[in-house]
Design a protein around this ligand. Sequence first.
Ligand code: NAD
Length: 496
Amino acid sequence: MQENKSNANSSVNLGPNQLLINGNWEQGCGGEVIAVECPANKKIICSVPRGNSEDVDKAVNAAESAFSSWSRMPASDRGRFLLRIADAIESRAEELARLVAHETGNAIRTQSRPEAYGCAAIFRYFGGLSNELKGTTYPAPDDVLCYTKREPLGVVAAIVPWNAPVSLASAKIAPALCAGNTVVLKPAEDAPLGVLWLASICSQFLPPGVLNVVTGIGPECGSALVNHPKVRKVSFTGSTAVGKGIIRAAAEGVTPFSLELGGKSPTIVFEDSDNSKVVEGVALAMRFTRQSQSCTAGSRLFLHEKIFDSFLEKLTTYVNSLVIGDPLEELTDTGTIINKKQFNRVCEYIKEGKETPNVDLITGGLPPTTGSLSQGYFLQPTVFSCNSNDWKLAREEIFGPVLMAIPWRDEDDVIRMANDTHFGLAGFVFSKDTGRAIRIAHQLDAGWVQVNQGKGQSIGQPYGGFKQSGIGKEFSLDSMIDSYTRLKSVTVNLGS
Ligand code: NAD
């Protein structure tokens, strides 16, 4: 582990730390607040309102009032709003990058800057799609016209987690607005500031009420939003456990929902791929430079037995070269875990791994208790090896930098192990034999499989999980149409 001790102290613009309701910045009806902590030094940055059901009600009513004129506006005009927002985000992306690094602990160079620019790209992509919300005509007798049209749903409740807060918020706001819906968004308790900053850019362009943001506690504010009778769609990204509650709440009002949930994704490496490029791809797939706080992390590493030891040796050298430290420092590769609860949770997994027979610690381990890294929630990349896919660390989503390496010999067996999980979000296959790698990719029970790379989502390609990793897709034209519109059929008698 390399440690980056310097402490970047330059200023961070905290943006508006209030609720955005009907174009106004508000303190919240209850007057209570939630403190936002900087995970790199455990100091309180500021606080945001603890929005309650009254705030949610105001926000949903504002969104409902704005819906009529927003949804009737020509789609290309809505697209132009999004394009202006994209330009404005891009022109100030560095500010957003610093803020997100400050509140989440994600390193600015490797994570929060690409995320900030990615937000502009998401708004630009969907802004250009507004004229694609098309219907179809159907064969009919000469005196009948049968066609379908796409309509927006109404008020969308969007709920996002903290791990990539502004990117995930953009991936909901931009398509929902493009399709003519209005939005009430609830950011995560631990990372509301970047989302509020993003909302402040949006609100400079959008009519009041089209986008509203209510900060608050999940079971209180989030639950009030999901259960609000005027909400016409719930779009949720977060844990599978909370996602199941969202399904139950949506059932009550027969409200459409889409869910992007957790994962425990497999990375399969063949015996022909024992080289440094694949090592980097595997580390990228594991999202070590995001402290592996990523739903798509390839956290179960299936290495062919012939290269098991040599590959792990190279991987150890590589992960130990990553610089851990101040998220705002350019040299830093890897920042911090989001909060104390998550930090303690990951440490418990590491402790258990160290105490379990037949499980070997290859590199990493528990975090330092002295020195500059002990001042924040820093954890080092940790790799365990084990002979089985059945053990707890190989099955549960840890959401931290703990990778489980498992050897395999037989192709059918590795596919069986890879698919032996209730999750089905992502998968990675590395082999020089591309045909073989693609064949394996097709057999993986996962919504998104990458071959010979471990990169992030591509805007425009549908993204979403199978099994308990979610329902529905994001990031693409088809997912915008599926998630944020309804299909109306119209039959017209043309007879005289
Ligand atoms: P979480 O489920 O605890 O919280 C997510 C959001 O839901 C937060 O805004 C939270 O306040 C809110 N929430 C919590 N309880 C709620 C309730 N009862 N009603 C309504 N809203 C409620 O998840 P987290 O810890 O913030 O994020 C980590 C999880 O998110 C991981 O499981 C990760 O895999 C998942 N995730 C999935 C994707 C994906 O695209 N599939 C992307 C990022 C994160």
